[in-house]
Design a protein around this ligand. Structure first.
Ligand code: HXC
Ligand code: NAP
Length: 266
């Protein structure tokens, strides 16, 4: 029997959906038939994102809401449920990042990233629960390799995404009996995104980064959306509590030609 890979009649909620990877996920979920609610801080950006979906014949609702504000997130879920019905798919992808050594980082800079990435993900997933279709809902946090591997100048993002990974596993245990799956996707460097622009601004850094990846290329937003789609359908129905790498081998470590060359014996 063929897998049901279409999402007609389903409802998705995408936090941080105004741009980049999360917007691509929202667009591909809509293409598969899901109605989509998107939130982000900027009313202008989130309205444009919703229009990018309705313009192609999909159904979308854009709401300006900051993931750091639990009541605003909760209100957005209520509005989404009133308009479309119970929520089947939640993407928690709002994030902030910048490269800075820990000694150049103010307490508020560290807190800013923890608040958006980690507290924001708790707020989104926690607020979602009362509005989910149960059993059957699929919740997906967007993590990063920094959540599992320490990285220079990324103390805030590493701490935040490690927290996201652990939160994902804890909620998967608590909410599994209600028929709610909770997973995370950990993307590698994704071409044409704000994340990569902030971490590998110059071409030398970009070339060095690609050279270390087993697949020797940046990922595409479509690569990540494909995994989100899989996790949202029957095909991913027995997966919960997983942190799924979609990263061209980034999590394997350095796969560059330099790393392979054996130094001559002295
Ligand atoms: C040092 C900085 C800084 C920088 C901000 N701060 N940028 N410190 N270096 N480059 C400090 C500020 O001085 C301030 O501290 C504190 O951080 C909060 O700054 P605000 O501007 O007030 O914060 P806010 O308006 O909440 O904006 C959050 C933000 C911003 C994270 C700082 O850049 C943002 O909104 N980003 C969203 C988009 C984004 O980052 N996308 C990329 C996600 S990609 P003081 O002490 O002065 O008050 C991602 C990559 C994953 O996560 C990995 C890829 C492989
Ligand atoms: P992006 O385009 O900057 O997306 C971040 C989104 O979060 C934007 O829509 C932004 O919209 C929203 N946002 C930020 N702060 C918010 C807040 N407080 N409340 C609500 N929304 C907020 O970045 P991206 O590079 O595509 O990254 C998307 C996700 O993938 C992030 O979780 C990131 O950590 C992860 N990731 C990215 C990469 C990569 O290579 N790009 C790699 C690994 C992981 P507003 O400005 O309108 O609020």
């Amino acid at each position: 029997m063929a897998y049901e890979l279409q999402l007609a009649g389903r409802n998705a909620f995408v936090a941080g959906g105004s741009s980049g990877i999360n917007l691509e996920i929202a667009q591909r979920l809509a293409e598969a038939g899901s109605r989509v609610t998107l939130i982000s801080r900027s009313a202008e950006k989130i309205d444009a994102a919703a229009r990018s979906i309705t313009g192609l014949g999909g159904q979308a609702l854009g709401i300006a809401a900051d993931v750091r504000d639990f009541d605003a997130v909760e209100a957005a879920f209520s509005q989404a449920k009133d308009k479309f019905g119970e929520i089947d798919i939640v993407i928690s992808g709002a994030a902030g990042n910048f490269r800075v050594p820990a000694l150049g980082m103010s307490a508020n800079a560290f807190k800013a990233v923890i608040d958006i990435d980690l507290i924001g993900t708790f707020n989104v997933l926690r607020a979602s629960f009362a509005h989910l279709r149960k059993p059957g809902a699929s919740l997906i946090s967007i993590s990063a390799p920094q959540g599992a591997h320490p990285e220079m100048f990324q103390a805030h993002a590493c701490a935040a995404k490690a927290g996201v990974n652990m939160l994902t596993k804890c909620l998967a245990m608590e909410w599994g009996p209600a028929g709610v799956r909770v997973n995370a996707i950990s993307p590698g460097p994704i071409a044409g995104t704000e994340g990569v622009a902030r971490l590998a601004a110059d071409p030398t850094l970009e070339a060095a980064w690609k050279d270390r990846l087993a697949l020797r290329r940046y990922g595409t937003k479509r690569d990540i959306a494909g995994l989100a789609l899989f996790l949202s359908t029957e095909a991913g129905g027995y997966i919960t509590g997983a942190i799924l790498n979609c990263d061209g081998g980034s999590s394997l470590g350095d796969a560059s030609a330099d790393a392979l060359s054996v130094p001559p014996r002295g």
